[in-house]
Write a protein that binds this ligand. Structure first.
Ligand SMILES: C[S@@+](CC[C@H](N)C(=O)[O-])C[C@H]1O[C@@H](n2cnc3c(N)ncnc32)[C@H](O)[C@@H]1O
Length: 259
């Protein structure tokens, strides 16, 4: 199954979704847990559109250094706009499984919605552990796609759509195994937090409304779902009116590198 391709169109859509109040609130929570301090060196793995880089750079200040690592040039192009050429922010092309940094480089690292796309997680977390200094902290947030509640008229069709959507990730249920993976890589898990997204009504400027488009584009033509099936699924959700309801759980883990 092919995971999402972060080309220019997808990158612009992600920029739009990640500017919704739902994802702004999530980012503030992650920032609070990361607690970047003046002068620190911080890594954002899979930095995408760069909103978090910008917010971290505000906290680490002129003596700090924030690196955004991402393999997708289209994402870095948006991150360059969002961070406005700040001298304290670096955008590095690379992969979570082979970080292009010397050992013990960072005081802290963060990654949101990224490791679920990375095939070799033991290797990627060994890399993360290598580049964070002893005693340094990491904050990781990922989704479990089994946690979605979405009020659809045709539950069987909805289940088929969501099963096909699972294919957009290598690990659609990563939070279940994340603490164990971190421990085995050399981290001590110090915090576990639930970060839900709740859209109790249909509003075009929400995470779920915009994600209908992303899911529809991905699942059409997969697992026997026709364009007509997917259009009907999307139209039903958009027409739910007062009966619309969406929720999803994201899980955030805070850990510290052992010495
Ligand atoms: C859903 S976006 C999240 C972006 C950003 N972390 C945020 O929350 O705003 C996923 C990002 O992970 C990046 N990515 C995918 N595979 C990766 C890998 N193997 N190593 C590092 N980043 C990766 C993508 O290019 C994309 O920018």
């Amino acid at each position: 199954m092919a995971t999402l391709d972060f080309d220019e169109r997808a990158a612009r859509h992600i920029q739009r979704v990640y500017a919704t109040p739902d994802v702004v609130a999530q980012r503030l929570r992650v920032l609070e847990l990361l607690d970047p301090r003046p002068g620190e060196r911080v890594l954002d793995v899979g930095s995408g559109p760069g909103f978090l880089l910008d917010a971290i750079a505000d906290r680490t200040g002129p003596q700090g250094r924030v690196h955004g690592l991402d393999p997708a040039p289209a994402m870095h192009a948006i991150a360059a706009e969002v961070t406005g050429g700040r001298a304290t922010v670096r955008l590095d092309e690379g992969d979570a499984a082979a970080l292009p940094y010397a050992g013990d480089t960072f005081d802290a690292a963060v990654s949101t919605q990224v490791y679920e796309y990375v095939a070799d997680l033991p290797r990627a977390f060994a890399e993360l552990c290598r580049v964070v200094r002893p005693g340094g902290r990491v904050v990781l947030l990922d989704t479990d796609w089994d946690s979605v509640v979405w009020h659809a008229a045709d539950p069987a069709r909805h289940r088929r759509v969501m099963a096909a959507w699972d294919g957009h990730l290598v690990h659609p249920h990563l939070p279940r195994t994340l603490p164990g993976l971190l421990r085995r890589a050399g981290f001590r898990v110090t915090g576990r937090h639930l970060v839900p997204i709740f859209n109790p009504e249909y509003d075009p400027d929400t995470y779920s409304a915009l994600t209908i488009d992303t899911i529809a584009a991905y699942v059409a033509g997969r697992d026997g779902l026709t364009g007509a099936d997917v259009d009907a699924w999307a139209a039903d959700l958009r027409d739910r009116g007062e009966d619309y309801l969406f929720s999803l759980n994201r899980y955030c883990f805070v850990a510290e590198r052992g010495s």
